[in-house]
Structure formats: structure tokens, C-alpha cells
Design a protein around this ligand. Structure first.
Ligand code: F6R
Length: 246
């Protein structure tokens, strides 16, 4: 695993954006696996700036997002589809039909999960999968569990994730209790993985993901087995890792 230790959130965001841009420049028709959450917002802003300067085009890119809340319409301002439109897609030249997010409104969530897994498989899985890291070590919405879920599936969110995400809703009661998420198997099929982490509240999860035992209790720990993982984190998020950063 390659680790970039960056001074702060802005430096982390620029480094992550540079890695994503390098992927798009070297393979313009690549498949980008994308994440929501607060951590990647700065990287998306940088990508938008490079696009507006004329240095980066997403015209041939396909995207596959990690997850979506069950029950939220794409127009709901806390849905992950809305987030992606607002934070990236509406500001770059990606073709709308080439962007993929699981549908939170599907009546048959299991069928939607199977459909989404097929979409990702037919695209050949992600060339580069961007991941944020939950404080409990989750990736996508793969929560601490007794096994590693393989494919896209419906998941019950843990109380800690509901509480962490409550800041975006009127109250914790308004946070959806379920989500559709790529499985660990879907994520691990990406050719390259880029994890971003910022802030002291991620230090424990970063340490466990990078240096702890590989266990479904810390879903991100499986990334230790992936051959091409880059972690871009700020000093606060890396504070529990004694060494190894460059
Ligand atoms: C988002 C996602 C989640 C977040 C994680 C960290 O699509 O799948 O795993 O990446 O919860 O979220 P932030 O960046 O808000 O701390």
C-alpha cells in the first residue's frame, strides 16, 4: 500500500484529485468508482477546477458509485445521486447516461442490487475506485460484520453510521436505516483503489485498516490484500500509524 501523508485537508484533496486526474488522462474511457461523504468533496472541487481550465475531460468516462440510501429519491438533497450531481457531475462534461448510482427507490431492492452488480460487471469493474473510510472501518456501506459481503446488497446501517450521518439530516430519526452498497467483492475487483481520510476521528480506523488484522469487523482491512491501494490522508488521520508514510 502506498501512503501519502499530507499536511491538511486541502493538500489531501489536491493529491487525491491528481491521482484521479492521472487515471482519466492515461485512460480517457476509464471506469471511475466514486464515493460520497464529506472527505472527497475537496478532491471533486479540484477536478472541477481543472475541467473548467480545459485541462481535464470526463467525456468518455463511465462512473459507478458505491452506494445509495434505501428509500431516498434522486431529487432528495441527501441522496447520493443528488450529492454526485451537485458536487461533480453537474460541473463537468461526463455524459449523464454514463453515470451509475444504485436506485434508492426500487421496490425490489434485491433485484436492484443484482441489476447494479451486473452494470458494474458489464463495465468491467472500476479502473480506479475512490473510497472514504467510516469511523468504524466501513467502506461503501459495508459495515462491521461477520463476513465480507461479495456483491451489491441491501444493508442495515449501524447505529454509529446513522449517528455519523445525522449531521446531514434534521435528526438521527430522519437518516434512512438501510442502504444499497457494492459488496467487498465488487470493490476488490477494481484495478486500483484510492482511499481518502482526513481528521483525527479517522485515525483509529486508518490504523486498523492499514496495520490491524484482516477481519470483517473492520471491512477496510481487506484492502491489505489488494495489489494496488493508495491511501491519501492528512497528518491527523495518520496520527496512529507510527511509520510507513511517504
Ligand atoms: C460514501 C460511502 C461511505 C463514506 C464514509 C466516510 O459513498 O460509501 O463509506 O465514504 O462513511 O464518510 P465521510 O467522508 O463523510 O467521513
Amino acid at each position: 500500500m502506498r501512503i501519502y501523508r499530507e499536511k491538511d485537508y486541502d493538500a489531501m484533496s489536491r493529491r487525491a484529485a491528481a491521482i484521479i486526474a492521472a487515471q482519466v488522462v492515461s485512460k480517457p474511457d476509464c471506469v471511475l468508482g466514486l464515493a460520497t461523504g464529506s472527505t472527497p468533496i475537496g478532491a471533486y472541487k479540484q477536478l472541477i477546477a481543472w475541467h473548467k481550465q480545459g485541462d481535464l475531460s470526463f467525456a468518455e468516462v463511465h462512473s459507478v458509485n458505491l452506494d445509495e440510501y434505501a428509500g431516498l429519491a434522486p431529487t432528495h438533497d441527501q441522496s447520493y445521486r443528488y450529492f454526485m450531481q451537485d458536487n461533480l457531475f453537474n460541473h463537468v462534461d461526463i455524459v449523464p447516461e454514463n453515470t451509475n448510482v444504485p436506485s434508492g427507490l426500487a421496490e425490489d431492492a434485491a433485484a436492484e442490487c443484482a441489476r447494479y452488480e451486473r452494470v458494474v460487471a458489464e463495465l468491467g469493474y472500476a479502473d480506479l475506485q475512490l473510497l472514504g473510510l467510516g469511523r468504524n472501518g466501513h467502506i461503501g456501506f459495508n459495515e462491521p460484520c461477520t463476513d465480507f459481503p461479495k456483491a451489491t446488497h441491501l444493508v442495515d446501517l449501524t447505529q454509529s453510521t446513522i449517528e455519523a450521518n445525522a449531521r446531514f439530516f434534521a435528526s438521527a430519526d430522519d437518516v434512512p436505516k438501510q442502504a444499497l452498497t457494492m459488496g467487498i467483492g465488487t470493490i476488490m475487483r477494481a484495478r486500483k483503489i484510492l482511499i481518502v481520510a482526513s481528521g483525527a476521528d479517522k485515525a483509529d480506523a486508518v490504523w486498523k485498516a492499514v496495520a490491524g488484522p484482516i477481519t470483517p469487523e473492520v471491512p477496510a482491512s481487506i484492502l491489505q490484500l489488494h495489489p494496488d491501494v493508495t491511501l491519501v490522508a492528512d497528518e491527523a488521520a495518520l496520527s496512529k500509524l507510527a511509520e510507513g508514510a511517504k
